[in-house]
Design a protein. Sequence first.
Length: 167
Amino acid sequence: MALFIQCVILCIIFTLLILIPQFKNPVSQITSYPPAIRKRVESLPQYKNSLSQTKKKSIVRKIVGTLAAVIFLALLAYFSGKTTFISVFIHVFVLFFTVNMYDLIVLDFLIFPNSKKVIIPGTEDMIAEYKNPLHHIKGACKGTLIGVVAAILAASLVVLIKQTGLL
């Protein structure tokens, strides 16, 4: 039951972290958009100056976010009573995979193709690209691999913390 509650809370947090900035400024999430839409946005003069900064910020945000998530998920697993490598790995992977599937099904398949708030001005005619699920499915596959790495890192961190007696 605790794992289920953790999954629900993480999905809510993830939704807030993704949708609030995306609804305020869809271009802020440009690296998550399908390639055809990114290409169009890159060709539009109104975005020329801000795109390189946005892409750099996005990459930094994703790296820092993943590292913060690893630490947070490691601690969450540890305080959930998971102290062996395999138990932490499974716990963290389930959490990560659940959020990844939630992202794919709810955010990418339901909200992204059906919300006018995520359409970047200048791409309004690209509805087919917004609705194409292939880009999101590929992203979910990458997210699953990232989840495996994150779970390995989190499990290693918990084992290290346990061995050093920090907690």
